[in-house]
Design a protein around this ligand. Structure first.
Ligand SMILES: [Fe+2]
Ligand SMILES: [Fe+2]
Length: 291
C-alpha cells in the first residue's frame, strides 16, 4: 500500500488514460463554474512549461547523487512529471482549439524559465524547483482535501477532467519530498531556499494569473460583476483558497522544514486506487520523456 511518505518507496510513473479531446473538454467543465474551471485551465497552461523546466533541472542533478535511493526517487519524479506534462499538452491543445491563445502564453512562461536556465546557478535552479514543488504540493493538498475544488464536475466527460486533476494532485503530494531532499543533498542551505521560494512564488502566481486573465478576457468575462464576485467567494469563503493555501505556503519558511513529516496518504490513496492504467503500475527510469 502506497503511503504519504514516499522516501521509503519507489515512485511509480503511472500512465492512466484520459480522454481530453475537443469533443469532451468543455471550457467550463467544473460544474459550469467559470472561475473554478479557468483556475485549473490556467494552471494547465503553466504546468506544461513548468514541468519541462523541473525535468531538465533534475536530470542534471540525478546521476551525480551519491545516495542510490535518492537517485531512484529522482527517476520516479522525472517519470511522473513527464507523464503529467504529456497529458497537459493534450489538454492545452484542446484549449487552443477552443480559441484561446495558448501558444503565446506558453512562449511567455518558457521565455522566463529559459532566462533562469541560462543565468541562474545549478543550485539556484534546484532551489527554484524545490519551491515550485512545495507550491504544487500545497495546492494539491488543498484540492484533494476540500470537495469545493473539483466536486462540481459531475457529467461524465467533466468528471474525466476532474479525474485527471486528482491524479496529478495525488502524484504531486506523493513526490513532494524529492526535490528538497536533492537540494539539501547537493549542499543547498536555508537562505538560498527561501530567496528562491519568494521568487518562484511571484513567478508561479504571476504566470497563473496572466493565463487566467487571458482566458477570462477571451470569454468577455474579465470584469463581469458576477465573475468578480465569484472570484472573491472562491478566494475568501468556499473553498477559501487564500486561507487554505497561506498556512501551507508559510510552512516552507521554517528552518529544517520537512514536507514528509506531514503524512497525506489518506488524501492520495483513494485517488490512486481508482485509476485505470494504460500501462502497469511500475517504477520507471524516466527515460522516453518527450522533448
Ligand atoms: Fe506534475
Ligand atoms: Fe511535481
Amino acid at each position: 500500500m502506497r503511503r504519504g511518505l514516499p522516501r521509503e518507496l519507489l515512485l511509480a510513473a503511472r500512465r492512466p488514460v484520459f480522454a481530453l479531446d475537443a469533443t469532451r473538454l468543455r471550457r467550463y467543465w467544473n460544474g459550469g463554474d467559470v472561475i473554478m474551471s479557468h483556475l485549473f485551465n490556467a494552471g494547465s497552461i503553466l504546468f506544461e512549461v513548468g514541468e519541462r523546466f523541473f525535468i531538465d533541472v533534475l536530470r542534471e542533478h540525478g546521476d551525480s547523487l551519491t545516495v542510490a535511493s535518492l537517485q531512484e526517487q529522482v527517476r520516479g519524479f522525472i517519470g511522473q512529471e513527464a507523464n503529467h506534462r504529456r497529458v497537459h499538452v493534450d489538454y492545452n491543445n484542446t484549449l487552443a482549439q477552443l480559441g484561446y491563445e495558448v501558444d503565446a502564453l506558453r512562449r511567455r512562461t518558457a521565455g522566463v524559465l529559459s532566462h533562469y536556465r541560462e543565468k541562474a546557478s545549478p543550485l539556484m535552479q534546484l532551489a527554484m524547483v524545490a519551491g515550485c514543488e512545495h507550491l504544487t504540493a500545497s495546492l494539491s493538498s488543498c484540492a484533494l482535501s476540500n470537495d469545493a475544488w473539483l466536486g462540481a464536475a459531475q457529467a461524465k466527460d467533466d468528471a474525466e477532467v476532474a479525474r485527471f486533476w486528482r491524479w496529478h494532485c495525488a502524484e504531486e503530494i506523493e513526490h513532494k519530498t524529492v526535490v528538497l531532499d536533492v537540494y539539501r543533498a547537493r549542499g543547498g542551505g536555508y537562505w538560498r531556499r527561501v530567496y528562491a521560494y519568494l521568487r518562484v512564488t511571484r513567478l508561479f502566481f504571476g504566470s497563473a494569473n496572466r493565463n487566467l486573465v487571458h482566458l477570462l478576457r477571451h470569454d468577455g468575462q474579465l470584469f463581469a460583476p458576477r465573475i468578480v464576485w465569484r472570484a472573491l467567494v472562491v478566494m475568501l469563503v468556499r473553498p477559501g483558497a487564500l486561507w487554505q493555501l497561506f498556512r501551507r505556503w508559510a510552512a516552507y519558511f521554517l528552518p529544517g522544514y520537512d514536507p514528509g513529516a506531514h503524512d497525506e496518504g489518506c488524501l492520495i490513496q483513494p485517488v490512486l486506487q481508482h485509476l485505470q492504467w494504460s500501462a502497469p503500475d511500475q517504477a520507471i527510469t524516466g527515460q522516453g520523456e518527450a522533448s
